[in-house]
Design a protein around this ligand. Structure first.
Ligand code: NAD
Length: 509
């Protein structure tokens, strides 16, 4: 470690902060300036096992899983109250570590995360019992379902929305009575660490209920996915790693939920209201520089309005202000890393090589204050064929592929021609027509005349290779529950059972 004045973050295991066994720390950077923000403990497999054992102990013998729902809910509400007092500080960490603009961090990332946390605090309050219809076979019985916590949940999150992703994992798992080991992404651990630090300081959770380990995904992730003491893996990240997570978790048949990548279509119908559709397409594609799983990175535009629409879109995109995130006028900040910048440039080259037309070509800005960050301006390609790499692969950068269409049927068919199925948006003045289009899109979320709107009450997740299961809403809560059927016989008479004749026919009643 070079600078002792910088914050140090340790591992959070069994209610205590401690260094990893190796006593090794990794720097966490600001992607806009290259500055080191803090040093973060690097856990190894044995540290991860410590965290898993702490969660196991807390689940098997601690108070949290058996607490009355109302009590758990009260504690989670209290935690959100305290988090709300730290909004500005959390937004600051988010901005510096993830490259979120000041506006995005303060107006969206942190407030949305807190609204979602509050939602699960509320859901925790419901008695997890569901009656079943009256059953009379083989005898009269009373039947009901009880939703019970799954147990120890290993949770692995990506770097693009570190605070929100941490909340989406921790809040429903705790609300349903589970114990947690969270692993943030190596590029962006700081807001999740701060979140856990604030929760720790409330002293409200029993030790071991919530644990956090930082370090390489290949080591910590693999331990979480294969350790027999872990009951569930919740993973958000790329489809490539998601496949590996599923494979690893299969050795102990863990419950698995996966939130993976997307190559999401935005469909502009010929009757779309241009004012909102142009801005909406820009928002869909370039929010957080396109480093968003549900970004609308394939834009299908009706030939009837194509020229007018594209002229306005390119004009607006060329005016987006690329700058330092802390500047309140900045629209787009940096990409997360030098590696991601090279990946994006590689895709731009692939688009050029495939013959797409760059109506706006991304470049590294030349302003001196941006020289140490991973900045690139937006790219828009036209003349894109749906089989080009820039139309099929998730780029995770500000690169938009535009496809002009003649018939809506053709646009829908092309929109569905992808391995992904996370989200889509449809833009039209005719809502009935737009809803019919939405029915035909194979994706977990379809927005009509909007994009990127993720509500606490609504399920979020992917069709096809965009994932498995759903987060948020009551679906998100159920993804952290086992379902137990309880059957209570009401007849109490032995000879009324059908099995009585099968097993013991010779015995006379
Ligand atoms: P990634 O798949 O590279 O990494 C995700 C997490 O997995 C990180 O914490 C990483 O350390 C860990 N990891 C790496 N190797 C692992 C392994 N072998 N076993 C277990 N864990 C491992 O993804 P990323 O680059 O951090 O994030 C971008 C990706 O996340 C994009 O594909 C994006 O679409 C996806 N994403 C999806 C959603 C969604 O809700 N569907 C939300 C945000 C991001």
């Amino acid at each position: 470690m070079s600078d002792n004045s910088l914050p140090i973050f340790n591992l959070y295991i069994n209610g205590q902060w401690r260094a990893g066994r190796s006593e090794h720390y990794e720097p966490a950077y600001d992607p806009a300036t290259g500055e080191v923000l803090a040093h973060v403990a690097k856990a190894d497999a044995e540290d991860t096992r410590d965290a898993i054992r702490a969660a196991r102990q807390a689940f098997d013998h601690g108070a949290w899983p058996n607490m009355a729902p109302g009590e758990r809910s009260r504690i989670l509400h209290q935690i959100v109250n305290v988090l709300e007092e730290h909004q500005t500080e959390l937004a600051d960490w988010e901005m510096h570590n993830s490259g979120a603009t000041w506006r995005k961090a303060n107006l969206m990332d942190i407030p949305t995360g807190l609204v979602h946390f509050r939602h699960f605090a509320r859901l925790a309050d419901f008695e997890p019992l569901e009656p079943l219809p009256q059953i009379t076979f083989p005898t009269l019985s009373y039947n009901f379902v009880r939703h019970e916590p799954i147990g120890v949940c290993g949770q692995i999150i990506p770097w693009n929305f570190p605070f929100l992703m941490a909340v989406w994992k921790i809040a429903p798992a705790l609300a349903a009575g589970n114990c947690v080991v969270l692993k943030p992404a190596s590029y962006t651990p700081l807001s999740a660490l701060k979140l856990v630090e604030i929760i720790h300081e409330t002293g409200l959770l029993p030790p071991g209920t919530l644990n956090l380990v930082t370090g390489p995904g290949s080591v910590i992730g693999t331990e979480l996915c294969t350790n027999p003491l872990v009951d569930k893996i919740a993973f958000t990240g790329s489809t490539e790693v998601g496949r590996d997570v599923m494979r690893q978790a299969s050795s102990t048949v863990k419950k698995v939920t996966l939130e993976l990548g997307g190559k999401n279509p935005t469909l502009i119908l010929d009757d779309a209201e241009l004012d909102i559709a142009v801005e909406g397409s820009l928002w869909a594609a370039f929010m957080h520089n396109g480093q968003v799983c549900e970004a609308g990175t394939r834009l299908f535009v009706s030939g009837k309005i194509y020229d007018r629409f594209m002229e306005r879109l390119v004009d607006r995109a060329s005016k987006l202000h690329i700058g330092l995130p802390a500047d309140g006028t900045t629209d787009l900040g940096p990409l997360i890393s030098a590696g991601q910048l090279r990946t994006v440039e590689g895709y731009i080259q692939a688009g050029l090589d495939a013959g797409a037309t760059p109506v706006l070509l991304g470049r590294r800005p030349t302003e001196p204050e941006l020289a140490h960050g991973h900045f690139i301006t937006p790219t828009i390609f036209t003349n894109v064929r749906n089989d080009m790499r820039i139309a099929q692969e998730e780029i995770f950068g500000p690169v938009l592929s535009v496809i002009k269409y003649d018939s809506l049927e053709e646009a829908i068919r092309l929109a569905n021609e992808t391995i992904y199925g996370l989200a889509a948006s449809v833009w039209s003045a005719d809502i009935d027509r737009a809803v019919k289009v939405a029915y035909q899109i194979r994706a977990g979320t379809v927005w009509i005349n909007d994009h990127h709107i993720i509500s606490a009450e609504a399920p979020f997740g992917g069709y096809k290779q965009s994932g498995l299961g759903r987060e948020l809403g009551e679906w998100g809560m159920k993804a952290y529950s086992e379902v137990k059927h309880i059957h209570v016989d009401l007849s109490r008479v032995r000879k009324n059972r059908f099995w009585y004749d099968i097993l013991t026919p010779q015995i006379d009643d």
